[in-house]
Design a binder for this molecule. Structure first.
Ligand code: SAM
Length: 289
């Protein structure tokens, strides 16, 4: 079967099945071979790997994954795409399983155990942007066997994932992603690499899951509550952010003495703290629980 990355072939398949794109499902299909090659090489796929693809579309990236990986599981929500994938574009590949479901409802741990003896996945996808954060956080936080995640996301989201303290894109997503993984920006991707063109610029990012979280803390869920509270009002002081947070119940005095443990002044803002400092702050606050 001719490669779908050639826009002529994509158009032909779309016409053959009378397929119309759904904005609701974030459907922007990849049509640029250089970007496809960059995704495959950044994901470092070998015949030993089991790959999980989220949202195969008509199977453009899936075909390349099938050629490079041992086994591919591709989870697609859209009813209209399933017959195209199963009977046509992926029919020639016996190492691909199409799963017709919402990725947010699939038990990935059970899938890995039932179908490949618990072997961890490499996740590779051109993500549906409307659910980027729940997908990424589900893969990182949950009990899902994953070694790396190489994905196309909105450029701005890729920037947030890899930003450090004191920059405008630094926030709760940066800290959550960096706690569980090491982000690496693979490539920026302009709108004309997709059909139809998305409204926003994109980027490919690789998150390599850490064997253990980046920092140790006495209370992980408190740390993420503290992080969230610190960024709700970015321009407010950290002490005020902690005192005003709805789901935290520390007095201003407790917040200030925990901040003092960091050796920071009263006016410090949360956006300047490193992950290690958030962990130390959490340990100090945890003593008041
Ligand atoms: N992989 C294809 C490509 O690169 O050309 C398509 C990528 S397109 C940006 C996103 C895909 O995710 C679409 O096929 C869409 O139908 C699918 N999708 C959207 N929401 C989904 C969900 N909740 N679960 C699984 N797939 C979903």
């Amino acid at each position: 079967m001719a490669s779908l990355i050639d826009p002529k072939n994509t158009v032909e398949v779309l016409k053959k099945y009378g397929f119309s794109f759904s904005k609701r499902y974030g459907q922007n299909f990849l049509i640029d071979v250089h970007v496809l090659d960059k995704i495959i090489s950044a994901a470092e796929i070998t015949k030993d790997d089991v790959v999980l693809e989220i949202g195969p579309g008509i199977g453009t990236l899936t075909q390349a994954l099938a050629e490079n990986a041992g086994q591919v599981f591709a989870v697609e929500i859209d009813d209209a795409l399933i017959p195209i994938l199963e009977n046509d574009t992926l029919a020639a590949y016996d190492n691909v399983t199409v799963i017709h479901n919402d990725i947010l409802k699939v038990d990935l741990k059970a899938l890995s155990e039932e179908k490949c003896g618990g072997k961890p996945f490499k996740v590779v996808a051109n993500l549906p942007y409307y659910i980027t954060t729940p997908i990424i956080m589900g893969l990182l936080e949950g009990d899902v066997p994953v070694t790396s995640i190489t994905v196309m996301v909105q450029k701005e989201v890729a920037e947030r994932m890899q930003s450090g303290p004191g920059t405008k894109n630094y926030g709760a997503l940066s800290l959550a992603v960096q706690y569980y993984s090491e982000p690496y920006l693979v490539a920026n991707v302009p709108q004309n690499c997709f059909m139809p063109r998305p409204d926003v610029a994109s980027a490919v990012i690789r998150l390599t899951k850490r064997p253990a979280p980046a920092v140790e803390t006495a209370n992980v869920s408190l740390m993420f509550d503290v992080i969230k509270a610190s960024f709700v009002q970015r321009r407010k002081t950290l002490a005020n952010g902690l005192k005003n947070a709805e789901n935290l119940h520390f007095s201003k005095e407790q917040a200030e003495s925990a901040i003092a443990v960091l050796g920071k002044g009263e006016s410090v803002r949360g956006e300047t703290l490193t992950l290690a400092e958030f962990a130390a702050l959490t340990n100090a606050l945890n003593e008041y629980l």
